[in-house]
Design a binder for this molecule. Structure first.
Ligand code: FES
Ligand SMILES: [Fe+2]
Length: 461
């Protein structure tokens, strides 16, 4: 144990940090410094109480989540680009609820309960472009605005008032090119729900990006087990040891802004060695990992006094600008290299920056508390107002198909596999767990603690 560790034992809970330089210390050395939003820390200690394992395994808990969380909270239904043209539709299923998102004739997006007002048939089961919303069972029909346009054999329905037979709407709003829905009329507006989150994305407008890869996979664990595996860099030491000479893991920065806010974030630096191995890692080791694991192919010559991080940021900025045609001259080194990952309760994980343009979403898989869906978007930035290609089609991977079956994810596939291999063991072990329950690290797992605090707020409301 180092001297710093022993000193830190006297600190108040949550104040201890990995010995050695942290994110802000490295930022001070970057050639292009990060935007102001990244240059502050916002950690709030929220206790060290264990979590009950049943939160991840019990059907009863899952059913409470459906009722108290999913039916109450703003959540992502799809991308705006999925429903860009008049008549485009997208189906969002969660638990037993199904919401149909439609681009109407007036250009506005609307969300409807996906259920025919005759005998309940789901109006649509797949995305697609339509001129009207016609039920496949008996043919009742609604306009794209949800107005009743045909009641088949109307003479037999004198008890239906056609003007009042319109599809009930669900609340809908958008942010960052994502369509959000909310099934509760009592919830605050999306703007209130997001709070200051959008301000952190001002330098990285997600609405000016388009989908170049989109994959959803059935995961062998509860949606929170799957999600939480991506909310900390603590696991890199054992789960992704091949990247240790390139990834700042234990010295990542975790911010949660307190329980009044529905989002948190993690900053994990790249192109520096992990504190676990820094003492015996050379700059050439870091470069070698960049080549092998992250596919870096450019030549790097380190001038006197220049660090690998500084040089890789410069070279990667040039390569990315050439490849995308974007002007990245003002992009921070951190925007190009690092994991700048936000989390919005309950299940949305948008990344900031331009070098790793990822989005994750996690969902329960129907009513099975032991499996879930993990969805990944890779978004390519484009200039506002420019033409961009139609979104890449969604690839669906089953429980048994691993992430490398989605070659469009490139080097991410093997890394996601490493994360996924742990999950059935976590789910299995949680069911037989003894001791006090799930013990979270005060700092490195504080985003998970924050998630469960928000979850409790909804469950207890
Ligand atoms: S159930 Fe839809 S038309 Fe009959
Ligand atoms: Fe991981």
């Amino acid at each position: 144990m180092t001297i710093e560790d022993e000193t830190q034992r006297d600190l108040a809970p949550g104040e201890a940090r990995c010995p050695g330089p942290g994110v802000q210390d490295f930022y001070a050395l970057d050639h292009n410094p990060p935007p102001p939003g990244l240059m502050a820390e916002h950690y709030v200690y929220a206790g060290s109480e264990p979590l009950a394992p049943e939160r991840y395994t019990s059907l009863e808990f899952h059913e409470r989540e459906i009722e108290k969380v999913w039916r109450k909270v703003w959540q992502v239904a799809c991308r705006e680009e999925d429903v860009a043209r008049v008549g485009d539709t997208s189906v969002y299923d969660i638990g037993d609820d199904s919401i149909l998102v439609v681009r109407a004739e007036d250009g506005r997006l609307r969300a409807f309960w996906n259920s025919c007002l005759h005998r309940g048939t789901a109006l649509r089961t797949e995305p697609g472009n339509v001129a009207e919303l016609r039920c496949p069972f008996h043919g009742f029909c609604w306009s794209l605005e949800g107005r009743s346009t045909e009641i088949v054999c109307e003479w037999d329905f004198p008890h239906i008032e056609p003007d009042e037979f319109n599809l009930p709407e669900v609340r809908l709003d958008t942010w960052g090119g994502f369509v959000f829905i909310c099934m509760s009329d009592d919830a605050p507006s999306l703007v209130d729900f997001l709070g200051p989150l959008p301000k952190y994305f001002d330098p990285f407008p997600l609405e000016h990006r388009h989908t170049v890869a989109h994959v959803v996979k059935v995961m062998p664990a509860n949606w929170k087990v799957a999600l939480e595996a991506f909310l900390e860099s603590f696991h890199v030491i054992r789960t992704h040891p091949q990247v240790l000479s390139y990834v700042g893991d234990a010295n990542s920065q975790y911010d949660n802004f307190g329980s009044a806010f529905n989002f948190n974030r993690m900053i994990s630096l790249k192109a520096i060695p992990s504190p676990h191995v820094a003492a015996f890692t050379s700059p050439e080791d870091t470069l070698q990992t960049a080549r092998e694991t992250y596919g870096w192919e450019g030549e790097i010559v380190l001038a006197e006094g220049v660090t690998v991080r500084q040089e890789l940021a410069r070279a990667a900025r040039e390569e990315l600008a050439d490849r995308t045609g974007l002007d990245l001259s003002n992009s921070a080194d951190s925007d190009i290299l690092d994991t700048l990952q936000y989390y919005l309760f309950p299940n949305f994980v948008p990344w900031a920056g331009v070098g790793l343009p990822l989005i994750y979403r996690f969902l329960p898989n129907g009513h099975d508390p032991d499996s879930s869906l993990m969805e990944v978007w890779v978004l390519q930035a484009h200039e506002p107002g420019s033409d961009f290609p139609a979104p890449a089609p969604l690839r669906r991977l089953s429980l048994d198909e691993d992430w490398t079956k989605a070659p469009e994810l490139g080097g991410l596939g093997p890394v996601f596999n490493q994360d996924s291999f742990n999950m059935p063991r976590v789910q299995k072990g949680l069911k037989t767990m003894r001791g006090k329950g799930v013990m979270l690290a005060n700092y490195q797992e504080s985003r998970i603690r924050h998630l469960h605090g928000l979850l409790d707020k909804y469950l207890e409301s």
